[in-house]
Design a protein around this ligand. Structure first.
Ligand code: ARG
Length: 293
């Protein structure tokens, strides 16, 4: 597939600023995001800057090419193992290995000295087998051509447990996505925001269609949310008595950003069904074995 349709389908940076080479493609993407286009928040999405080296499992997906990673970043992801990146299916579905690159261990996108850049292995894009049929299974894996060095993979929850996603608890989401859904502003430095986890019932009220409680969670409050460009990135939290954070979700979708009554929708990594149905493709089974899920 050609690259513009890849971006088009990926929800690539919804709001374009300035006349970059991809401005046309990006405005096409704005039109494509029908559901998102109706509501535009007036406010900043409530995050703060991340210090260099914090949340080292957080990665950026880049389109291959020349120029700053800041101009090439289109989604987030996380390190699931030294050579497997976890992201959203809508970020990479239809993309081929040579269209993508991953940068890990970098906080400031334009700082080429930070972190490690990796190519993607041939046939290294593995989308959840149920994604095409049901947009709810919005998760994919990107296999790197060469493993990352010295970055600990993020911990994942035990499938089929819900202790980590009890409503009212807080989690953190990070990304280089839009910080102002009215104007469009894409930061160079990684940002984070704390969002409350909501009950499935509430999520269902906000999204009568498009929310599947067996594979999704939703989180956020007015003024606090992930947004375009954050997709694929991690939603994570710490638990008492454990040092390392656990990644409970993957940024997937939402109606606008940070609006009242329209929380962000995440793919739930606690979902037993999400991991079980990964078996429906040979590549999915392989990934599961690598990650020992
Ligand atoms: N689909 C968006 C992207 O491609 C992520 C949207 C998240 N929206 C939200 N309100 N939390 O980056």
């Amino acid at each position: 597939m050609n690259f513009s349709s890849f971006k088009h389908s990926s929800g690539f940076r919804g709001v374009a600023v300035g006349l970059t080479a991809s401005a046309l493609v990006m405005s096409a993407a704005v039109l494509a995001q029908g559901a998102d286009a109706g509501h535009r928040s007036q406010r900043i999405i409530g995050g703060t800057e991340v210090a260099n080296g914090a949340h080292p499992f957080s990665v950026a997906l880049l389109e291959t090419g020349h120029g700053s990673a800041r101009d090439r970043q289109f989604c987030g992801g996380s390190v699931a193992s030294p050579d497997v990146i976890l992201t959203a299916a809508h970020c990479v579905a239809g993309a081929t290995s040579n269209e993508l690159e991953v940068v890990a261990g970098r906080t400031v996108l334009s700082d080429a000295k930070q972190g490690q850049v990796r190519a993607v292995a041939p046939e290294g894009v593995v989308v959840h087998p149920r994604y095409a049929k049901n947009r709810a299974y919005d998760v994919a894996f990107v296999i790197l051509a060469k493993p990352l060095k010295g970055i600990s993979p993020v911990k994942l929850p035990t499938a089929g447990t819900d202790a980590l996603i009890r409503p009212g608890q807080k989690a953190t989401v990070v990304g280089w996505g839009n910080t102002d859904s009215n104007m469009g502003n894409f930061p160079d430095r990684l940002r984070q925001v704390q969002v409350p986890l909501l009950a499935h019932d509430e999520c269902q009220v906000s999204y009568p269609k498009g929310y599947d409680s067996s594979v999704n969670i939703c989180a956020g409050a007015e003024g606090k949310d992930s947004c375009q460009g954050d997709s694929g990135g991690p939603l994570f939290r710490t638990v008492r008595g454990r040092q390392d954070p656990l990644q409970i979700g993957v940024v997937s979708s939402g109606d606008g950003c940070a609006e009242q009554g329209a929380p962000g929708i995440y793919t739930s990594l606690s979902s037993a069904k999400l991991w079980k149905t990964l078996d429906e493709s040979a590549k999915g089974r392989e990934i599961k074995e690598w990650l020992r899920r």
